[in-house]
Design a protein around this ligand. Sequence first.
Ligand SMILES: [Zn+2]
Length: 390
Amino acid sequence: MKKQPPILNKSRKFSDNMASAHALVVKAKRGEKGNTNGKGYAVPAFNVTTFQGINAAMKAFELLGSSGLMAFSNSALKHFGDGDQVFGLDVATSYIEKMAKRSSVKIATHLDHGDYVTEPGRKVLQAAVQRLTSVMADNSTDHANKVAMPLQDNIDLTREVVDMAHPVGLSVEGELGVLAGEEDEDTKSDFSTYTNPDELKQFVEETGVLMLAPTIGTMHGPNKGKPGHKVKLNIPLAHELLATANEINNDIVFVAHGASTLYPQVVEYAVEQLDKMSGRDEDKQKWNDFVGTDWDQIEGLIEAGFCKINTDTENRQTFLSALLGAINENSAKIDIRWYDNQGTDALIKSYIQKLIMAGNYGVWHEPKMNVEKFKFDLGISLSDLISQSV
Ligand SMILES: [Zn+2]
């Protein structure tokens, strides 16, 4: 008989206003806001890749009184650290901790698709256990050989991470089943499989993970299937998996990967900008071909306990769309900050929109804006959008 996996040490004190992702997500699963209990909501995990991205996310959390979750991919850490992931982890984390000290909400930092298979990946994951507040151990795919990892190997590797992280208060997210699509250079797969409920039971019992990413038909990247065809998720399977997980421990939360919902107004705005430039027909076609997951599908997932929703592609698109607009508006302004601010303001709008959609507002304090009146529009300045909605 194997030893029981270690339980998550919930008395761990993180730096001021920092919390484990699990603490924030389980609160969302139970619908806790302030002192009230209501309908369950979700915590979007924003994949931040730049300091301005962090500023944008913090601003959105503050405005809405949201539970904040920022995730780092391995390649984002490389970007933060000038090529050195562990250095990038240290620098970005220090920055967030300083921001959190003066924050009015709770913030979690998370390693997305942590790699515990290769030696360089392990170094990053071990450093992340020292510096972040939660980690994902993605052992469901043998990325080098592009095949699914055998279940027992996935269990054994994930359990090693739980053994390391739970005693020091870090929640661990495991992945079961293989997700198709491309997230970044580290996360790519041409195939996908659904998660099997029996395997889920075995996985959760043997690893002890409280956060789990099962696969129910979501896909990484901006092209989720053929243009014109809607993505259909397996919601009945999601409910079946939730029932299985709740029987073991109803502190278990599910995570939706590859669940980007594209904003039609962002695509429209980008195409409008490309219309003003010559020779951009191919790019325009690419924008028109982007396929996301409809929000009603994601709402179905939230009801099935998927309370951490990874959110990346739509924010990247919003940033780029705004940048195209900035260049069309003025391409002779010699001021990095001006372009930077256009992109950052767009990210803030995108984050606000997603937090409102997910129901993640008024958690730590009343929103400082009227969420009902907020209308996401790249053509209107952020300050006007916020003051109009007060
Ligand atoms: Zn993912």
